[in-house]
Design a binder for this molecule. Structure first.
Ligand code: PMP
Length: 427
């Protein structure tokens, strides 16, 4: 395969003309393919359909300790749900709050609490201090960045590497600036790169010196059990590492069953030190009398324990791993060796990260849109929607049926080639 960087302008122009013909042929088909969000496909949702039969009109609706799950109460989750999440997260049940249907809500509410009340009884609310700042390993999850933007928190991007955030940069920044109060982390199969943090990165995050004594790590373990291969990545337990390093209250960990059962109708959980959990519950008690216990019961009865959950996740992988493979095969076939793009090959999670040549991603997404393929907006994976290199495109392979996925990735590759050649012609 010819590297486009080495081709003459004449050769590039010729290629461009051929690609443009192909593009026009596809554009005339008026496709309507949406690859913008990481949603499970129908077959994945069907895997959890039997869960809906668990609580029927003739079911017992008492929790393990005899509470009637139909009534108010139990602020921090039914005991069996706390035990279930504790075993998944490898913490003690007393370190867990089981919430409602969304971990994003728990993250948002944690930050609001810290802004309004501080991180503990002794601490000063963040809003009573100067400008609050967060470190944002980028590319990252756009909704984390939206929370910061909505709450007036200044975002400082730091580079992501296959091992996790660039820790030289992180350590330097947090040591120097007491207004840096937090960092967003998707430590396993990160969104969008699919990277898992190395043990060394986990240890450095757990132990680093921070100028702020009310600094918190937002450990969004959304893809903790979402493996695509038989050799899952291992992630070191940061809660234990932080406690061992003398920072037991540093980490707020989040997860949910959104991409295990039903997004929007799953169960979310927060884990932290006992001290943080007690403080969180105090404020939670003002906003809620308790979350949906019937849904918690249903989930525990269906997912049961680590082994049952793992078997269930293998069924997910059976459906979506071939879709990831389809994307990777097309990318390699169409873009491999051309010197115009690279991409990640994740062992889990929901995304593949595609990096074009600098300055091309926006144009690629726009061109694809005109041909009927909607991708996640270029820039969305960076704070303020601004990718400084205009290079990163998030591919979400799970939702479309394979035939549609193939078409969409064909169009994407075509657009990457056309935009890249255009750039090269302007050299
Ligand atoms: N965190 C990450 C990293 C995600 O990718 C997603 C879903 N796309 C969420 C959180 C949302 O989780 P929930 O449905 O529990 O709010």
């Amino acid at each position: 395969m010819a590297n486009y960087q080495d081709l003459s302008n004449e050769a590039l122009q010729q290629k461009y003309n051929t690609l443009q013909d192909a593009y026009e042929a596809i554009a005339s088909q008026q496709l309507q393919l949406d690859m913008s969000r990481g949603k499970p496909c129908t077959e994945q949702l069907d895997l959890s359909q039997p869960m809906l039969d668990i609580i029927t009109s003739s079911s017992t609706v008492k929790t393990e300790n005899g509470t009637d799950a139909r009534n108010y109460g139990v602020l921090d989750g039914i005991p069996e749900a706390k035990a279930f999440f504790a075993s998944i997260l490898d913490v003690e049940p007393k370190q867990v709050i089981v919430g409602g249907n969304s971990s994003l809500t728990l993250m948002h509410d944690s930050i609001v609490q810290f802004l309004l009340h501080g991180v503990s009884e002794e601490a000063t609310p963040w809003i009573k201090q100067d400008n609050v700042k967060f470190l944002c390993p980028s590319p990252g999850y756009d909704r984390h960045f939206t929370i910061c933007e909505a709450l007036g928190i200044e975002m400082i991007p730091v580079a992501m590497t296959p091992e996790g955030p660039d820790m030289e940069e992180v350590e330097k920044l947090v040591a120097a600036d007491p207004q840096i109060k937090g960092i967003w982390c998707v430590p396993k199969y990160s969104n969008p790169d699919g990277f898992t943090y190395s043990d060394a990165v986990v240890d450095r995050l757990a132990g680093m010196q921070t100028a702020a004594d009310d600094f918190r790590i937002f450990w969004d373990n959304a893809y903790i059990v979402h493996h695509l291969t038989e050799e899952p990545d291992e992630l070191k337990n940061i809660m234990r590492a932080a406690a061992a390093a003398g920072n037991p209250d540093r980490v707020m960990e989040f997860t949910s069953t959104s991409k295990v059962t039903f997004p929007g109708s799953g169960v979310a959980a927060l884990a932290s030190s006992e001290k943080n959990i007690t403080f969180y519950k105090k404020h939670l008690s003002v906003q809620s009398i308790g979350s949906d216990k019937l849904n918690q019961m249903r989930h525990v009865a269906f997912l049961k324990d680590k082994d049952t959950l793992s078997a269930h996740m293998k069924k997910h992988a059976g459906i979506i791993a071939p879709k990831f493979q389809t994307v990777l095969t097309i990318l390699a076939e169409k873009l491999g060796g051309k010197g115009i793009a690279d991409w990640t090959n994740p062992k889990g999670g929901y995304f593949i990260s595609l990096n074009t040549m600098e300055g091309c991603a926006k144009d690629v997404v726009e061109l694809a849109k005109k041909a009927g393929v909607t991708l996640t907006g270029a820039g969305a994976t960076y704070p303020y929607g601004k990718d400084p290199y205009d290079r990163n495109i998030r591919i979400a392979p799970t939702l479309p049926p394979t035939e549609e996925l193939k078409k969409a990735i064909d169009v994407l590759c075509l657009c990457v080639e056309m935009v890249s050649i255009n750039r090269l012609l302007q050299r």
